[in-house]
Ligand binder design. Sequence first.
Ligand code: CAA
Length: 284
Amino acid sequence: MTQVVAVVGLGTMGAGIVEVCLAAGHDVLAFDGFPEARAKGLERVHKGFARRVEKGTLAQADADAAIARLRAVEAIAELASADIVIEAVAEIPEIKHDLFRELGSVMQPSAILATNTSAISVTGIAEASGQPERVVGLHFFNPAPVMKLVEVVRTRLVDPQVYASAIEFAEGLDKEAVPCPDTPGFLVNRILVPMLNDAVRTLAETGADPIDIDRALKAGAGWPMGPLALIDLIGVDVQMHASQAIADGLGDEHYAPHPLLAEMVEEGRLGRKTGAGFHTYEAR
Ligand code: CAA
């Protein structure tokens, strides 16, 4: 069933989510508080559809029809009519809490309020919204148009009907919707983030070449891309924040980010998005 989906935050994840929702036939309202980020995000969405046409998986007319269902808006108030809003802004609890406080009052009472957070408490976000029974986590994976999984995060406060609708919505995007409890890192990141930290630790302690670490895990463990290249894809800063959030949430320093990640963030080496991380990339 076609729905009106609002997406807030048009970075890598937000733009990918917009593409996925348009491709599934929904109408999308897109918002980013930073005009430059909004322009870049919309360009990403166009590029995503151009890629599909180029690959021959989508006809040009269908791509045009999908793009025609996208409307960029300039204020949160313009999202009010959406059936579901998916937030994909910076992974900073205060920013998400403030946004959900606003969404809680702006969105129509039947709307589902979803966060794409990767490691922040969904319960905390739900409480901030003032409408905790309507809040779920819909955690997409990077690159969102490619990765099949959406973790559908359930808090103790959510209305079971709302949660069931969220599962149905994620499945309607042709994704694998996996129910998750609202625990730090949910399922995937609680396992993946420490593994990625161990790759950084191995790099720092052995002096092995990052290329060799990545080659080894690809050829020896069947990873589609090496762990250091994967951190570059998701963002060195995102890996650092996710590790810290899991460590704080579980009260276990074992999960804390390796210090090398903080050094890289300090130097602006955030991975693909800045052209350099553990590897170097052509400017985009
Ligand atoms: N957007 C859209 N499509 C993309 C894409 C992108 N950014 N990157 C690659 N693709 C598509 C390609 O077009 C290609 O499609 P076809 O097979 O239909 O032609 C397909 O994906 C494979 O791409 P490539 O051949 O270029 O390269 P690849 O085989 O190395 O695959 C990859 C790229 C899909 C990213 C693959 O390496 C992979 O699966 N890597 C692991 C990604 C992963 O683990 N993501 C989860 C990160 S953790 C996370 O996101 C959680 C969090 O909270 C931090």
